[in-house]
Design a protein around this ligand. Structure first.
Ligand SMILES: [Mg+2]
Length: 212
């Protein structure tokens, strides 16, 4: 019996526009200003440094780390706030969360840093009783089965009482299944098919309603 539904954030609840702007426009612009480069040169340099660290390291996700590394005085909050107006939930999200929240307790399990989660979920925060950041709360760069186990413990739930939904096949589908949770794979591009694959969150709600 499912009691909790855990949702991924980026690519599941909100699209990537905001995150892309923060990293690929905001940070290079600050760098260009500080070091007297044009935007294109600054972006190339900044992205080159991102790649040297890579997404397998916690620093990759940490705005303060990059601001310090590039000797920039801006705060993480000011950088995030600059692009706040570009946070875009997918069109079906509010309706889907309205329906899911009638029967389930909703939480977010994301690998984004806490500061991103707080800003990106701002307009949706009331739907969620808890948010979990793999990187900020569990010091894990990827959502491993261990992360989902830890989420269940925090929720005081058995794995079989939790269903996770997200758009990364390995970290949002295989990992939770490995940890004993139920899971749906959100495939917005329609590349996969199967009984646990949904094209958007409206389909997820229908599938869950039919299970129950
Ligand atoms: Mg995602």
């Amino acid at each position: 019996m499912i009691r909790f539904i855990s949702l991924d954030m980026d690519g599941t609840l909100v699209n990537s526009r905001f995150v892309d702007l923060v990293w690929m426009q905001g940070m290079p612009e600050l760098y260009a200003e500080k070091h007297g480069l044009d935007f294109k040169a600054a972006k190339e340099l900044v992205v080159g440094e991102y790649m040297k660290i890579g997404s397998d390291n916690l620093e990759w996700y940490n705005l303060q780390y990059w601001l310090d590394k590039f000797e920039l005085k801006a705060s993480p909050e000011s950088l995030l706030e600059r692009f706040e107006d570009h946070i875009e939930p997918y069109p079906e999200v509010t309706e889907a969360l309205d329906r899911l929240s009638e029967n389930y307790e909703l939480v977010v399990t994301s690998n984004a840093a806490r500061e991103f989660i707080e800003m990106e979920l701002d307009g949706l925060a009331d739907y969620f009783s808890e948010t979990f950041s793999a990187t900020s709360d569990f010091r894990e760069v990827k959502k491993s089965p261990l992360v989902y186990g830890a989420v269940c413990r925090q929720l005081k739930a058995k794995p079989i009482e939790v269903m996770h939904i997200g758009d990364h096949y390995s970290y949002d589908y295989e990992s939770p299944l490995d940890a004993g949770l139920d899971a749906l794979f959100l495939d917005r591009k329609g590349m996969r098919s199967g009984s646990e694959v949904v094209g958007d969150l409206r389909e997820a709600v229908e599938l869950i309603d039919n299970f129950a």
